[in-house]
Design a binder for this molecule. Structure first.
Ligand SMILES: NC(=O)c1ccc[n+]([C@@H]2O[C@H](COP(=O)([O-])OP(=O)(O)OC[C@H]3O[C@@H](n4cnc5c(N)ncnc54)[C@H](O)[C@@H]3O)[C@@H](O)[C@H]2O)c1
Ligand SMILES: [Zn+2]
Ligand SMILES: [Zn+2]
Length: 370
C-alpha cells in the first residue's frame, strides 16, 4: 500500500509499505478513505517531535471503512464507516478510568507517532471499540474527518479547558485549523466577544466569516496593545493559545485578565517562559494537555442538529498521491490560502519523484526558518 513515511528531519516520502494486519484481538484494520494533515505533522517533519522515529507512517486523522476486526471487537464490523480518533485508549488503565484517555498507559496519541498512522491506504487501530466512532449516514465523510482531532481539540483543550462562560471575552491566538475549530466550538457558549489573532490575513478573513467579532494581524507586534485597548485595559476572560510558539505563549500571558483562564493547545518543540512575577496577583488558571476526543459523539449529534459545520474549515481537496504537495501547501498556508486539506485516498498513482520531494522539503524547512 502507499503510505507517507517520515525518514528524519526534513524527509518524508510516499512509499510502498506492507498492508497492516490484526495483531491483537481488540484491533481493527481500517481502509482509509480520507485523511488530512495537522500542524503537529509539520512539527514532526521539522524534527520537533522526537518520539517520531525514522520509518514511521505519519498521520493521526482519518475516516474510512472497517476492513477487518479482531474477535475481541464488539461494536464494529467489516464495512462500517468510521472516524479514526487520534487517541487510542484501552478503557481500563488507571488514566482511562480517570477519564484521561489521552494518557492511556497503552495508548494516548500513538497513531502516526509511536505506531504507524493514518496517512496510508490502510491503518491498524488498536482498541478499536474505543478509538473508532460510527459515522451517521447523514454526515459526509469529509465533515466527519474534522472530528478525528481538530474539532474535539478546539472544544476540549481550548474552549472547555478555557472555562468559557456566556458573556465572556475570549481571545484565540492562532487561526490555523485548530484555532478556527476552537472558534466554531466557542460559539456554543455565547461569548460576548471573540478576538482572533494570527499573522495571515486569509485565515483572519475566514475567522471573521466563522464568527470572530474582532481579528488582529500581529505582524506589527501590536496585538497585546490592541486587545488591552478593546477590553479597556482589563484583558480577556479566556485566552486560547493554538500556535505552540514561545512568542504566543508570552502573548496569552500578557492579555489574560483577572480571574481568567489560559488554555494552551499548541505543541511546543522548545521551552517557553511562564512569567509568574506578572501573573501571580491575577488569580488566573492555566491548563494544557492532549485532546481526549471524548466529545466526538456529542459533536456528531451537534452536526446532525445543524448547529455545527466543520466542513467550513476545508479549503483544499487533493488525491492522496499529491500528499507531498499538500504538505507544501499547508506549510505555506498564507500564500496558498490553505486551512484544512482533505486527501482522498483512492486512486493508485505512482509515488512522487525524489527531486519533487526534495524541493518540497526544502520549502518547508525554509518556512520554519531552519
Ligand atoms: N493539544 C492537543 O491535543 C493538540 C491537538 C492538535 C493540534 N495541536 C497543536 O495545535 C497547534 C495548531 O495546530 P494547527 O493545525 O492549527 O497548526 P497551523 O500551523 O496550521 O496553525 C498555526 C497558526 O498560528 C499562526 N501563527 C504563527 N505564529 C504566530 C504568532 N506569532 N502570532 C499569531 N499567530 C501565529 C500561523 O499563521 C497559523 O495560522 C499546533 O501546535 C498543533 O501541534 C495540539
Ligand atoms: Zn493533530
Ligand atoms: Zn488506558
Amino acid at each position: 500500500m502507499k503510505a507517507v513515511v517520515y525518514e528524519g528531519p526534513g524527509k518524508i516520502f510516499l512509499a510502498d509499505r506492507p498492508l497492516p494486519s490484526l495483531l491483537e484481538a481488540t484491533d481493527a484494520v481500517v481502509r482509509v478513505t480520507k485523511t488530512t494533515l495537522c500542524g503537529t505533522d509539520l512539527a514532526i517533519l521539522k524534527g520537533g517531535v522526537p518520539s517520531v522515529t525514522a520509518g514511521r507512517i505519519i498521520g493521526h486523522e482519518g475516516v474510512g471503512v472497517v476492513e477487518a476486526v479482531g474477535k475481541g471487537v464488539r461494536y464494529f464490523k467489516a464495512g462500517d464507516r468510521v472516524i479514526i480518533s487520534c487517541i487510542t485508549s484501552c478503557g481500563s488503565c488507571e488514566n482511562c478510568r480517570r477519564s484521561i484517555p489521552s494518557n492511556c498507559v497503552d495508548g494516548g496519541w500513538i497513531l502516526g507517532n509511536t505506531i504507524d498512522g493514518c496517512q496510508a491506504e490502510f491503518v491498524r487501530v488498536p482498541f478499536a471499540d474505543n478509538g473508532l466512532y460510527h459515522i451517521p449516514e447523514a454526515i459526509h465523510e469529509e465533515v466527519a474527518l474534522m472530528l478525528s482531532d481538530i474539532v474535539p481539540t478546539g472544544l476540549e483543550v481550548g474552549v472547555m479547558a478555557g472555562d468559557v462562560q456566556f458573556g465572556d471575552v475570549v481571545a484565540i491566538v492562532g487561526a490555523g485549523p485548530v484555532g478556527l475549530a476552537a472558534l466554531l466550538a466557542v460559539q456554543f457558549f455565547s461569548p460576548a466577544a471573540v478576538i482572533v489573532v494570527d499573522l495571515d490575513d486569509f485565515r483572519l478573513a475566514l475567522a471573521e466569516k466563522l464568527g470572530a467579532t474582532h481579528t488582529i494581524n500581529n505582524a506589527d507586534g501590536q496585538a497585546v496593545a490592541k486587545i488591552l485597548e478593546l477590553t479597556n485595559g482589563r484583558g480577556v476572560d479566556a485566552a486560547i493559545e493554538a500556535v505552540g510558539h514561545p512568542l504566543t505563549c508570552k502573548l496569552v500571558q500578557e492579555i489574560i485578565g483577572v480571574g481568567g483562564t489560559i488554555a494552551n493547545i499548541g505543541v511546543y518543540s522548545q521551552s517557553a517562559e511562564l512569567h509568574k512575577q506578572a501573573l501571580w496577583t491575577k488569580n488566573i488558571t492555566i491548563r494544557m494537555g492532549v485532546v481526549n476526543t471524548t466529545t466526538i459523539p456529542l459533536l456528531l449529534k451537534t452536526i446532525l442538529g445543524g448547529k455545527l459545520d466543520p466542513g467550513q474549515l476545508i479549503t483544499h481537496r487533493l488525491p492522496f498521491t499529491d500528499v507531498l504537495h499538500a504538505y507544501d501547501l499547508f506549510a505555506h498556508a498564507g500564500q496558498e490560502r490553505a486551512v484544512k486539506i482533505v486527501l482522498n485516498v483512492a486512486a493508485q498513482e505512482p509515488a512522487a519523484e525524489a527531486d519533487l520531494v526534495e524541493l518540497i522539503v526544502r520549502r518547508i524547512m525554509q518556512a520554519s526558518g531552519s
